[in-house]
Design a protein around this ligand. Structure first.
Ligand code: AMP
Ligand code: ZN
Length: 494
């Protein structure tokens, strides 16, 4: 029997404003769409956090035995600098500044995105469609919305008529905004815009003569509006009505609100049952964002080469740091937070290393099955990873007590404990144990490298450069590699 039949998940649904019991449209299958990056710059750690939240959710759903089709797009056209359909296309602007083709920008930052996600041990999505690969679908969608009376063309551009739509639908259903308030709060059109009302949004924009990213359409040579691509691609790969749609909190309005409106206007139905929004990573009290310069890049975390951190951290430590916060909570990026997570991560790994050599007994002093269900309960409660981690620390404590002969475990319970810890730590949270990863084929290279570092450390000590020798010892220690100085020289434990 698949695990999902034994576990009931509740998901906080931004649409209902409550934790709803998760019931997929087709039993055993889950369709999940997550808005991907706009590939005009390197992804920063804030972006990584949102994608990591959905990677963890994807992993858990798979673990429960669901057949998940996870679609995460690449936005490679149509995302303007400003939500009000103004400003330059972000990719075209970068291409202009760097004097390269827009598709070179797209290629460069798509590769960076994939490399970053690989470094953090993300699972690839099932389908990763691009906006430029779906222009025909977007044009067809616009035609349908115009035919249904919810969009209008002016000077080669097409806009969604929000007020018309709102007469019989609810624009604001997701973000809980009222159209009247939106009208009140948006500034008057300055006469430059072709829109009937400032709340309307672009489905198609006529391209300026110098705009390279352009495609022919019934209205003009131009490009699609940003909101449209996600409706076109989610419909194509998951159907007009699917289970989960996710993204960062900042996409709830206008992006996701517009997606609902487009689907409703084109197909007469709401597209998604569960809308999920991941919260922001902040630094110095402000949202991490490329535009303000308040950001840190993944490579800087790994190398330690950034003023906000005192040293480098492994991808798994950074991942652990992020998963120690619930995905719907704001997370403050701090050096102290990372250092604490590193300690916690090492404590967990040390306990996991002991699992293979624990003595067994005729009784267990912990109810292991009850503990295991607590781990599932944490994840079933809207993917509560901080509570899950607290249970894993409880297990780590138990393992240490067994090792110190202050607690006992039966052989059967030890097998359950081991299997459960491995499932939650490695498969679901996606953490990697540097030591065992390296043991899978790279141990010789690793040993050689550590021996080289030991030699360099000896040289440093001979030169009385104790700062360097300590640095080598401490940084290896951080990676879980302990140096032992003995009378016959220095040995090490991996
Ligand atoms: P973008 O490429 O700007 O569309 O962003 C890609 C994803 O990263 C979106 O889901 C955003 O909501 C998310 N995101 C952007 N900034 C942050 C942040 N500081 N913390 C968490 N997620 C973010
Ligand atoms: Zn989207």
């Amino acid at each position: 029997m698949p695990l999902y039949k034994q576990q009931e998940i509740k998901i906080y649904n931004s649409l209902s404003g409550e934790k709803d019991v998760f019931k997929p449209i087709h039993e055993g299958y889950v369709g999940m769409y997550v808005c991907g990056p706009t590939v005009y710059s390197n992804v920063h750690l804030g972006n990584v956090r949102t994608f990591m939240s959905f990677d963890m959710i994807f992993r858990y759903l798979k673990h429960l035995g669901f057949k998940v089709r996870y679609v995460r797009n690449i936005t490679d056209a149509g995302h303007l600098e400003n939500d009000a359909d103004e400003g330059e296309d972000r990719i075209a602007k970068k291409a202009r500044l760097e004097e390269i083709e827009p598709m070179e920008v797209v290629q460069r930052y798509t590769v960076d995105f994939h490399n970053t996600l690989n470094a953090f041990n993300f699972l690839p999505p099932s389908i990763e469609p691009t906006a430029t690969g779906h222009i025909i679908e977007q044009i067809e969608l616009i035609k349908t919305i115009i035919d249904n009376g919810f969009a209008y063309e002016v000077n080669g551009s097409v806009y969604f008529d929000v007020l018309k739509y709102n007469e019989i639908n609810n624009y604001g259903i997701l973000s809980k905004r009222k159209v009247e308030d939106l009208i009140h709060n948006t500034r008057e059109l300055d006469g430059q815009s072709d829109k009937k009302n400032p709340q309307d949004f672009a489905l198609w924009k006529k391209a300026e003569p110098r705009h390279i990213m352009r495609w022919p359409s019934p209205w003009s040579d131009g490009f699609p509006g940003w909101h449209l691509e996600c409706t076109a691609m989610s419909t194509k790969y998951l159907g007009e009505h699917f289970d989960i749609h996710g993204g960062g909190m900042d996409l709830k309005f206008p992006h996701h609100e517009c997606e609902i409106a487009q689907n409703q206007a084109a197909k007469g139905q709401t597209p998604v049952n569960y809308w999920m929004h991941a919260n922001m990573l902040i630094m110095n009290g402000k949202k991490m964002a490329k535009s303000t310069g308040n950001f840190i890049l993944p490579n800087e975390i790994f190398s330690g080469d950034n003023e906000h951190i005192s040293k480098g951290f492994t991808p798994s430590v950074a991942r652990f740091f992020m998963l120690q916060a619930h995905y719907r909570s704001v997370l403050d990026f701090t050096n102290d937070g990372l250092l604490a997570s590193e300690k916690g991560f090492n404590r967990l790994m040390d306990a996991i290393h002991l699992l293979d050599s624990l003595p067994t007994a005729t009784t267990s002093t912990l109810n292991v099955l009850e503990w295991k269900q607590k781990c599932y309960d944490a994840m079933n409660d809207d993917f509560n990873t901080p509570i899950l981690i607290a249970h894993l620390f409880e297990a780590a404590k138990y393992i240490n007590q067994i090792n110190d002969e202050k607690a006992t475990i039966t052989k059967e319970d030890l097998a359950i404990l081991k299997e459960t810890i491995h499932a939650f730590v490695f498969d679901i949270m996606g953490l990697q144990d540097t030591v065992s990863t390296n043991a899978n084929g790279n141990s010789d290279k690793l040993s050689g490298t550590v021996e080289l570092l030991i030699k360099l450390r000896q040289e440093a000590r001979a030169n009385k450069d104790f700062a360097l020798s300590d640095q080598i010892r401490n940084e290896l220690d951080t990676l879980g590699i302990q140096l032992n100085d003995g009378k016959d020289g220095t040995s090490f434990n991996l």
